[in-house]
Design a protein around this ligand. Structure first.
Ligand code: SF4
Length: 330
């Protein structure tokens, strides 16, 4: 698809046409399964200062927490007890957890059950650390590119650089991770053409996973006054991502559920095929405030949404179906 066609689909193509097409592609390439992933948000400390995120280091209004090794493993065990085969470990960019500590956590999970897939979402690290995580058995890495417009990226992410981000993304793939990228829709200053460029980037990179989230600024951040409510645009973007990448795993995000009742159900209808279930202990998850009023998705809620969508609940690993994806061990 070229940029002009993408812009047309993002602005003019009737929503129901995009819905039908993406639903057809989902059924054809990914079957009816919706995968459940078990999420542990183990630290809300972050050394970065992204202008919209409640975890930014300069937000003094948030209570910070770090889960200890035993607490993380205990949450992991609850996920495994529920027969869920993918664990997602997420945090701010928190260097309190050294390479050695993260490797020990990955290895402990694999010792409990070697067939569990471990996904990391822990931000930017030196390249050699990613290699160590991979060697310890981590299977997947999520690191959203946020926006492919470098001017907007660099403005909203002080002291960060899109070029560096993309270098990391390329390196993660090179060392055999299944790689998830993704963007935010509705960033201040972002145009439809920018979103089309995000799609073109994904068309070219062929990510294994894509996290697509509506822009929600946390109330104690510099961008708090910027509101975004264009859910149909997010659904168009999800549908196009499905149509273009065909095989990528696309979560129906918690942000969608937060902005709109039945937001995750809508995302599933437009091509999403994953739901993340929060296994972070409640006392901590309240404080994982990337944005406010974040809905907590428990297993029962996720199962209800999937049942409503008429699709099949899957607790399997759901590895990448992208051609050439590495499903083996390092
Ligand atoms: S968006 Fe990520 S890197 Fe930026 S402040 Fe929030 S947690 Fe940190």
């Amino acid at each position: 698809m070229n940029k002009k066609q993408i812009v047309t689909h993002l602005t003019k193509t009737p929503l129901n046409v995009l819905c039908e097409e993406s639903d057809f592609i989902t059924g054809k390439y990914l079957t009816d399964k919706v995968y459940i992933r078990g999420l542990v948000e183990f630290s809300n400390y972050c050394v970065r200062d992204c202008l919209y995120c409640g975890l930014r280091k300069n937000n003094k209004k948030i209570s910070r927490y770090r889960m200890a090794y035993d607490e993380i493993i205990s949450s992991v065990k609850s996920i495994i007890k529920n027969k869920i085969k993918t664990i997602v470990l997420q945090s701010g960019d928190d260097f309190y957890y050294t390479e050695k500590m993260i490797c020990a956590i990955i290895e402990s999970i694999k010792d409990i059950d070697k067939d569990i897939a471990v996904t990391l979402s822990i931000g930017e690290r030196p390249l050699y650390e990613y290699l160590a995580f991979r060697k310890s058995g981590a299977d997947r890495f999520l690191i959203k590119h946020e926006t492919i417009n470098s001017r907007i990226y660099n403005k909203l992410h002080p002291q960060q650089d899109l070029k560096k981000r993309l270098k990391i993304i390329g390196y993660l793939r090179k060392i055999g991770f299944q790689v998830g990228v993704g963007n935010i829709i509705g960033l201040p200053g972002q145009t439809i053409e920018d979103l089309a460029d995000d799609i073109l980037f994904m068309q070219d990179f062929k990510p294994d996973m894509i996290g697509i989230g509506p822009f929600i600024a946390q109330k104690d951040t510099p961008l708090r006054k910027n509101e975004f409510k264009n859910i149909p645009l997010v659904l168009r973007f999800i549908a196009l991502s499905r149509i273009i990448t065909k095989y990528a795993h696309i979560p129906a995000t918690t942000a969608m559920a937060t902005l709109k009742k039945d937001g995750q159900l809508s995302a599933l209808k437009f091509g999403a095929n994953v739901i993340m279930v929060d296994f972070t202990p409640v006392k901590f998850s309240q404080e994982y405030r990337i944005y406010d009023n974040k809905i907590r998705i428990n297993l029962k809620k996720a199962e209800n949404i999937i049942s409503k969508s008429g699709r099949i609940i899957s607790y399997d690993r759901g590895d990448s179906l992208m051609k050439g994806a590495d499903h083996g061990r390092f």
